[in-house]
Design a protein around this ligand. Sequence first.
Ligand code: AMP
Length: 458
Amino acid sequence: MCGIFGVTGHGDAASITHLGLYSLQHRGQESAGIVAVDADGLAHATRAMGLVSDGLADGELKGVQGHVAIGHTRYSTAGASTIENAQPILARARGGHIAVAHNGNLVNHVAIRRQLEEDGAIFASTQDTEVIVHRLARARAATPAERIREALTGLEGSYSLLLLLDDVLYAVRDPRGWRPLAIGRLGDAWVTASETCALDIVGAQFVRDVAPGEIVRLTPGQLETVGSLDVAPAMQCVFEYVYFARPDSRVFGGSVDRARRALGRRLALEQPAPGADLVFSVPDSSNSAALGYAEASGLPYELALIRNHYVGRTFIAPTQGGRAAKVKVKFNPVRELLEGKKVVMVDDSIVRGTTTRGLVQLIRGAGAAEVHMRVSSPPVTGPCWYGIDTPNREELIAARLDPAAIAAEIGVDSLGYLSLDGMLGAVPGGPDGFCDACFSGRYPTDPPESPLVPLRRR
Ligand code: AMP
């Protein structure tokens, strides 16, 4: 998953982008970058591994000035976690330049890349996004908007894109609209971001979302639809509502907070926990769902598990060993609330089960008499091919075990998942128009080819 942010028509576009990226940090923590274009048409780039606050400290922005900029926070779903794969990509082409920031995952990039390489193209990274740069450089259509359409036609999978063609900013969503992308106004400037929380941080007013398949050109004073990609049935990622987006954002036209509360209320109706004393969340991503559960069940909501905010999202750590070790560093239970109590632990999802098992041990260790787990989404039975980092079926606990066996494996007294229909009925705009492939196995595309082997330094 990744976060993307762009601004045009602002004298300090790089600083605005820098600020915006802080609000998109939850979408990717492996690397961050900014490309800005100045009044002379010169493009400047800075990219670094790690968090925005580490890699892109204020000093790094000195050389990155301009009136138009795009930025990116990354965690890898195609291509290794290396500086070569950090975005935005900046390339020279046609006597000017192309810069690209991408949120999503192209499922057919391996075949497209192979074809480009056979034609003599040279690649600088192993990420899927680089094929977009090559196709833009080779597109022959007359106008930039038509060249964007030409370059993207035939790409399969998910892409919310910010493109800089010379000094003009374009915002594009794939025809199925898998990933969100919003547009806002900041005085005379346009701002565009994966989530509206990034518009809020820079003081921009939300204007509208980029529509699925829409190509938008943003120039000072003008927002114009300059093209559209071939239509396909909407496939907005329901997991954005369940887990990924921030609750203070609106995505796909709905409030993430409202969505999660509705999921929690629905969960309480479908999966009650008779006799329980209290409900608590696994912070932060399930706070709103646990509040919904408490509201609908009438159980008191307690802050029984405390999260250390100076440790990143466990899942995003790219190796499994790192994840398991981090559970204890990241969470600590409040013994005074849990001792002798029958408790309901609400989480938004169980993916590998590693974090959950560690959490249940912590809760029992703090003296809970019974632990009843309730999950505000259905069992994750398949990998996501469209930008969420759950690549291997073997790693998914619900692909191997049924709920009763999962309950035994993670050590809870009872386990209840929200149903697929319950989830789709609870999210704003549902039940139609969402991708639920990781829960249902209904994949709208062919599977991706195996990933590329990263280049190694010797
Ligand atoms: P686990 O028990 O190892 O399956 O981890 C479950 C936790 O991971 C839950 O608290 C989820 O909020 C969180 N989670 C679910 N999907 C993701 C993801 N794609 N990236 C990071 N964390 C996730």
